[in-house]
Design a protein around this ligand. Structure first.
Ligand code: PMP
Length: 392
C-alpha cells in the first residue's frame, strides 16, 4: 500500500517530480557557470509568470513574510501613509509589517469575516488622503477570500498610490496581470502556486516602485532586505555575471527555474483556467455535501483554496479521518472562527484525480464521524462540474 499521503493544504503544496529532482542537484558553487545560467533564466522567467515585462524581479532566501518585509522596508519611510484593503489575517499582517517601518496605516475592513470591502469603500478611502502605498491581499489564505485585484489596483493607481499585492496564495494560479493591471509590487513565496518547496521570497517591482525606492530620503531600515544590496545581485545574475551579497539558496533556485519553465509551458491563461475549473468542481462537491464556505459571496471566492465550514455536529476531529483516508487538509486559521472551518488547497500541479481523491476522503471522514449525507453526492457534483465546465 502507498504510504505517502496527498498534501492538499494551502501551501506547501504537492511538487512536480522534476522540481524535487532539481532540489537534489549535485552541490555547486553559487558562482559556478551552470548556476549563473539557472539564476539568470529564473529571473527572466519570473517576468513572464508575473506578466510584467518591465518589472524588476528579486529572488531571495526566505518565506512569504520576508517578501512582505522586502516590499515594506524598501518602499516605506517614517510617516508615509498606507491604505490596507483588509480581507483577513494576512491583511492584518500587512498592517503590522507596514507599521514596523513607520507607515501610518488606514484600513478598509470587510463588513464581516469572509467578506471584502467594496470598490466604492476603497475609492472613498483613497480620496480622503494622499496614500503613498495601498496593499491588497490577493487571496487571504485565512478566509479563502479572493480580492478584486484588478478593480482595487485601478483605483489605487488612479489615486496616485503605489499598489502592492500580497500574492503569496495567488501568484501563478489566480489570474494576475501585473503590468496590464498597473500593480507596482507583486510578492509571493515558493511553496504555493509557484510549486517549489518553502524557502524563497519572490518579489516583482514595477519601474514606478523602483523609482520610489531610488528616491528615498532615508536608508532602508532592514539590512537583509535592502534593495540597495540586492538590485546589483539580480542585475548581475541576469546579465550572467555573478555577484555576492548573501549566499543564494542554490538548490531552491534550481528548482524554481524548473517549475517556472513548467508553468510557462502550460501557459498562463491555461493555468488560470485550470485553477478556476478545479476550484469550481471542488466547491460544487462541498455544496453538495451540505457545507457552506467562509467567503460570504461566490464573487469573492479564491480559486486556489476552499474554506468550508464544518457541517452541524462535525468538528476538526474529522480531519484525522480524512488523513487516514489518505489526504492531508488544514484546519481553520482566522482567529475569529478557527475552530469552525477547514481549508483545502488546490493549486499548482493539482490534477483531476487529486480533486476526486480529496472529495472521496472527505466523504469517508464525514461518514466516520456520523454525518448524514447521500454517499457519493460530493463526488457526483465534482464529476458533473468537471464534465460540464469549460476551460481545461
Ligand atoms: N500572505 C499570505 C496571503 C499567505 O498565505 C502567507 C502564508 N500562508 C503569507 C503571507 C506568509 O507567508 P510565509 O508563511 O511563507 O511566511
Amino acid at each position: 500500500m502507498k504510504e505517502r499521503k496527498l498534501l492538499m493544504i494551502p501551501g506547501p503544496i504537492e511538487f512536480a517530480p522534476e522540481v524535487m529532482q532539481a532540489m537534489g542537484t549535485a552541490p555547486t558553487s553559487h558562482v559556478a557557470p551552470n548556476f549563473i545560467e539557472v539564476f539568470g533564466q529564473a529571473l527572466e522567467r519570473m517576468r513572464e509568470v508575473f506578466l510584467c515585462p518591465s518589472g524588476q524581479p528579486f529572488i531571495m532566501a526566505g518565506s512569504g513574510t520576508l517578501a512582505m518585509d522586502i516590499a515594506a522596508s524598501n518602499l516605506i519611510e517614517l510617516g508615509d501613509k498606507a491604505l490596507v484593503v483588509n480581507t483577513g489575517h494576512f491583511s492584518d499582517r500587512c498592517v503590522d509589517v507596514l507599521e514596523r517601518y513607520g507607515a501610518v496605516v488606514t484600513q478598509v475592513n470587510a463588513p464581516a469575516v469572509g467578506g471584502a470591502p467594496t470598490l466604492e469603500e476603497v475609492e472613498a478611502a483613497l480620496k480622503e488622503n494622499n496614500y503613498k502605498v495601498m496593499t491588497i491581499t490577493h487571496v487571504d489564505t485565512s478566509t479563502a477570500v479572493g480580492a478584486d485585484v484588478k478593480g482595487f489596483a485601478r483605483l489605487g493607481r488612479e489615486n496616485g498610490a503605489l499598489v502592492i499585492v500580497d500574492g503569496v496564495c495567488a501568484v501563478a494560479s489566480e489570474e494576475m496581470r501585473m503590468e496590464e493591471w498597473g500593480i507596482d509590487v507583486s510578492l509571493t513565496a515558493s511553496q504555493k502556486g509557484i510549486g517549489v518547496p518553502p524557502g524563497l521570497a519572490l518579489v516583482m517591482a514595477s519601474p514606478k516602485a523602483m523609482d520610489a525606492f531610488k528616491n528615498r530620503k532615508t536608508p532602508v531600515g532592514s539590512y537583509y532586505a535592502d534593495w540597495t544590496e540586492w538590485l546589483p545581485i539580480m542585475e548581475g545574475y541576469e546579465s550572467r555575471q555573478p555577484r555576492y551579497f548573501g549566499t543564494p539558496a542554490v538548490n531552491l533556485v534550481w528548482a524554481l527555474n524548473i517549475s517556472l519553465g513548467q508553468i510557462l509551458e502550460e501557459g498562463m491563461d491555461n493555468r488560470f483556467a485550470r485553477h478556476c475549473r478545479y476550484s469550481e468542481a471542488f466547491k460544487a462537491a462541498i455544496t453538495a455535501l451540505g457545507m457552506k464556505q467562509v467567503p460570504v459571496s461566490s464573487d469573492n471566492e479564491a480559486t486556489t483554496l476552499t474554506a468550508p465550514y464544518y457541517p452541524n455536529g462535525v468538528d476538526s476531529g474529522v480531519l484525522k479521518y480524512v488523513e487516514e483516508a489518505g489526504v492531508i487538509l488544514a484546519g481553520g486559521l482566522h482567529p475569529a472562527i478557527n475552530t469552525k472551518y477547514f481549508r483545502v488547497g488546490h493549486m499548482g500541479v493539482v490534477s483531476t484525480s487529486d480533486i476526486l481523491a480529496t472529495v472521496g476522503a472527505i466523504e469517508k471522514g464525514l461518514s466516520q464521524v456520523g454525518y448524514k449525507f447521500e454517499p457519493g453526492a460530493g463526488l457526483a457534483a465534482a464529476q458533473a462540474s468537471l464534465r460540464d465546465g469549460k476551460g481545461v
